[in-house]
Design a protein around this ligand. Sequence first.
Ligand code: PEP
Length: 266
Amino acid sequence: MRIRRPIVGGNWKMNTDRAGAVALAERVATDLASSGTLSHVDAALFPPFPYLLPVAECLRRLNSALLLGAQDFYYEPNGAFTGEVSLEMLADCGVRALLVGHSERRHVIGEPDELLNKKVRACLDPKWSRFGGFTCVLCVGETLAQREAGQTDAVNERQLRAGLAGVSPEQVSQVVIAYEPVWAIGTGKTATPADARAAHVSIRRVLADVFGQQIADQTRIQYGGSVKGSNARELFSAGEIDGGLIGGASLKPDEFVGIVRAAAPE
Ligand code: PEP
C-alpha cells in the first residue's frame, strides 16, 4: 500500500500575466475538480508574487482544493528589507505552500545553504499552526559537473543536512523534498526513472539518519526536471517518487493536469 500521498507542484517562475495567470488557474482547478483527482493527490500552484491574490481569489471562487504556493519569501517577519516579502504577508494572501532552495535561487540568484536554512526554519515555525502550517518544499539537486564527478549523493546530502539543520522530527511532516537535478531543469533532459529513484533512495537514507526511519518513510520526495505529460507516469511509478515539481509544463493546463492525474494511485 502507498503510504505517502503524492504531491505535484506547478512552478510558473517569472511567467504569465495577470489575465493569463487567472485563466491558467481556472482551467487547472476546473479540470482537476471534474476528475476528482484532488481526492488522491495534493497539488499546488506557484504563481509570481503579483498574481497570488487574483489566483487565490479564483481558487476560492471555484472552491478548489489546489494549494496556493509562493516561489520565495524572506525569513524575517517584517521591517527594513526592501524588496522582500514576509511569510505573514503570504499567509495573509492565502499562501499555504512555499518553495525553498529552487536551483534558480541557489545558482542564478546565489542563495547559500545558511540563508535557505533560515527560510526553512521560519516557515516551519509553530506559530503557523493557526492555519495548519505551511508546506515547505525544499529543493536539492546536483549540477551536471557534480553528477559527472560522481558527487550526486554527496551534494544532495550536504544540501539536505544544511537545509534541515535545527528542524525537529515533528516539523518534518510539513516538509516535502524536491529532488531536482540542475542539468534536467528546463533543458528537456529528464533523469531516467532508475536514476531518479536511486537519488530518492539515498535522500531517504539521509532523512532516516537525521530523523529516524519512520519519519523518513513518511516524507514525500518529488522529482523535478523536464517532467511532461508523456513521461510523468513512468517516473511516478518507478517507486520512491511521490509526485513532481513541474516548471515549463505547468504553464500548459492540459499538460499539468495530465501530470497531476499521472501521480494518482492506480
Ligand atoms: C522547476 O522549475 O522546478 C522545473 C523542474 O522546471 P522544468 O519542469 O521546466 O524542468
